[in-house]
Design a protein around this ligand. Sequence first.
Ligand code: FES
Length: 84
Amino acid sequence: MEMNDNGSYLRQTRWHGIMYICICNGVTQRDIRRCVEQGMGTMSDLQRELGVGAGCGQCACAAKEALQEARREQCEFGEALQPV
Ligand code: FES
Protein backbone atom coordinates (compact mmCIF):
# COMPACT_ATOMS: atom_id res chain seq x y z
CA MET A 1 0.00 0.00 0.00
CA GLU A 2 1.15 3.53 -0.69
CA MET A 3 0.64 6.57 1.51
CA ASN A 4 -0.82 9.58 -0.27
CA ASP A 5 -0.22 13.29 0.39
CA ASN A 6 -2.76 13.61 3.20
CA GLY A 7 -1.27 10.67 5.10
CA SER A 8 -3.91 8.06 4.39
CA TYR A 9 -3.15 4.83 2.60
CA LEU A 10 -4.33 4.45 -0.95
CA ARG A 11 -6.22 1.24 -1.41
CA GLN A 12 -4.83 0.55 -4.81
CA THR A 13 -3.14 -2.46 -6.26
CA ARG A 14 -0.62 -2.40 -9.07
CA TRP A 15 -0.49 -5.43 -11.30
CA HIS A 16 1.52 -5.60 -14.51
CA GLY A 17 1.44 -1.81 -14.86
CA ILE A 18 -2.31 -1.59 -14.37
CA MET A 19 -3.42 0.33 -11.31
CA TYR A 20 -6.65 -0.97 -9.87
CA ILE A 21 -8.72 1.70 -8.17
CA CYS A 22 -11.80 -0.34 -7.25
CA ILE A 23 -11.11 -3.96 -6.40
CA CYS A 24 -14.78 -4.85 -5.89
CA ASN A 25 -15.64 -3.92 -9.47
CA GLY A 26 -12.26 -4.43 -11.17
CA VAL A 27 -12.01 -0.77 -12.18
CA THR A 28 -8.61 0.51 -13.25
CA GLN A 29 -7.22 4.01 -13.59
CA ARG A 30 -7.37 3.43 -17.35
CA ASP A 31 -11.14 2.80 -17.12
CA ILE A 32 -11.60 6.09 -15.30
CA ARG A 33 -9.45 7.92 -17.86
CA ARG A 34 -11.57 6.43 -20.68
CA CYS A 35 -14.77 7.65 -18.98
CA VAL A 36 -13.35 11.17 -18.73
CA GLU A 37 -12.40 11.04 -22.40
CA GLN A 38 -16.03 10.14 -23.16
CA GLY A 39 -17.26 13.22 -21.31
CA MET A 40 -17.95 11.86 -17.84
CA GLY A 41 -16.56 14.15 -15.19
CA THR A 42 -18.13 13.42 -11.82
CA MET A 43 -18.04 10.67 -9.22
CA SER A 44 -21.73 10.09 -9.92
CA ASP A 45 -20.85 9.43 -13.55
CA LEU A 46 -18.21 6.89 -12.50
CA GLN A 47 -20.56 5.21 -10.06
CA ARG A 48 -23.25 4.91 -12.70
CA GLU A 49 -20.91 3.77 -15.50
CA LEU A 50 -18.38 1.61 -13.63
CA GLY A 51 -19.90 0.88 -10.24
CA VAL A 52 -17.01 2.58 -8.43
CA GLY A 53 -17.78 2.80 -4.73
CA ALA A 54 -20.95 0.74 -5.02
CA GLY A 55 -19.47 -2.22 -3.11
CA CYS A 56 -17.45 -1.74 0.07
CA GLY A 57 -16.85 1.96 -0.65
CA GLN A 58 -13.16 1.79 0.28
CA CYS A 59 -12.12 3.10 -3.13
CA ALA A 60 -13.97 6.42 -2.98
CA CYS A 61 -10.96 8.61 -2.15
CA ALA A 62 -8.65 6.86 -4.61
CA ALA A 63 -11.34 7.06 -7.32
CA LYS A 64 -11.79 10.76 -6.72
CA GLU A 65 -8.02 11.29 -6.99
CA ALA A 66 -7.90 9.25 -10.20
CA LEU A 67 -10.81 11.27 -11.59
CA GLN A 68 -9.09 14.55 -10.76
CA GLU A 69 -5.85 13.33 -12.34
CA ALA A 70 -7.64 12.23 -15.52
CA ARG A 71 -9.41 15.58 -15.72
CA ARG A 72 -6.12 17.40 -15.19
CA GLU A 73 -4.57 15.40 -18.03
CA GLN A 74 -7.54 16.21 -20.23
CA CYS A 75 -7.23 19.90 -19.34
CA GLU A 76 -3.65 19.87 -20.59
CA PHE A 77 -5.07 19.11 -24.02
CA GLY A 78 -7.48 22.07 -23.84
CA GLU A 79 -10.67 20.33 -22.74
CA ALA A 80 -13.16 22.21 -20.52
CA LEU A 81 -13.49 21.25 -16.86
CA GLN A 82 -16.70 20.36 -15.04
CA PRO A 83 -17.17 20.16 -11.26
CA VAL A 84 -16.23 16.78 -9.65
S1 FES B 1 -13.13 -1.26 -3.72
FE1 FES B 1 -14.59 -0.08 -4.81
S2 FES B 1 -16.49 -0.61 -3.92
FE2 FES B 1 -15.05 -1.88 -2.90
